[in-house]
Write a new protein. Structure first.
Length: 233
């Protein structure tokens, strides 16, 4: 009832964000890091013909890198895994496989809403520090890509939220980001969320793309079993 009063309106968005983050970290993960997304069209077609030729060529070149890295990620860490856990707050993704535990850094890149065909880059923080290697870890996974877009005049990398012609376009953006960050690959979490301003109970599918990097492999704790199995898509 408190949130219905005018003086409490500024609190609604932070509380909604916290609740969403809690739900993401608590619910079973639908992980779609394997097999890799292999585009059926070139970048220009995937973006509906809206790209400058130079930008389209750059994105096309990143796909081969993406496919190779995703295949390697799958074969070395994900195929046959028993348990996958995405920790939203600690920015980690943990995989148990063959008696080994692998923990990746997992930085949120952006979000894709299939129904509305909307893409939003994750907010970038501490932009002035991006060129200092000691400070890069304080920025989000999309930070280097956004900086690259500003330095090279690539509009699609600078716009916070944009309409995309297809989900393939979102994958092109993620492929370029993985290449610029020299990452292990990209992870997709799939969830169903209430539609803001929609009718009561109305939900929509939301896909969040995470950049996986710096895998740390150790022996899995004794007695750990597959409590939660995540579907591979």
């Amino acid at each position: 009832m408190l949130l219905n009063h005018g003086f409490a309106q500024p609190l609604q968005q932070p509380l909604r964000t916290l609740l969403l983050a809690t739900l993401i970290s608590a619910l079973p993960l639908a992980a779609s890091a394997n097999p890799p997304m292999v585009p059926q069209h070139d970048a220009q077609t995937a973006f509906g013909g809206a790209l400058p030729a130079r930008d389209a060529a750059l994105l096309d070149a990143s796909i081969a890198f993406h496919i190779e890295r995703q295949q390697l990620l799958n074969s070395q860490h994900l195929a046959g895994s028993q348990l996958r856990t995405l920790d939203f707050f600690n920015k980690t993704f943990t995989v148990l496989r063959g008696g080994k535990r692998t923990v990746f850094d997992a930085e949120l890149l952006g979000t894709w809403w299939p129904e509305s065909k909307r893409w939003a880059w994750e907010a970038v923080e501490r932009v002035p520090d991006l060129k200092d290697p000691k400070r890069k870890s304080f920025a989000t996974g999309s930070a280097l890509t956004r900086l690259y877009g500003r330095e090279h005049g690539i509009d699609i990398l600078q716009t916070d939220t944009t309409q995309l012609a297809s989900e393939e376009a979102a994958w092109y953006l993620c492929a370029l980001t993985a290449q610029l960050n020299q990452a292990s690959g990209v992870l997709v979490s799939i969830s169903s969320e209430l539609v803001a301003g929609g009718s009561e109970g109305q939900k929509t599918v939301v896909k969040r793309y995470y950049l996986l990097s710096h895998p740390k492999v150790t022996d899995a704790p004794t007695g750990v079993t597959s409590k939660t199995q995540s579907p591979a898509r």
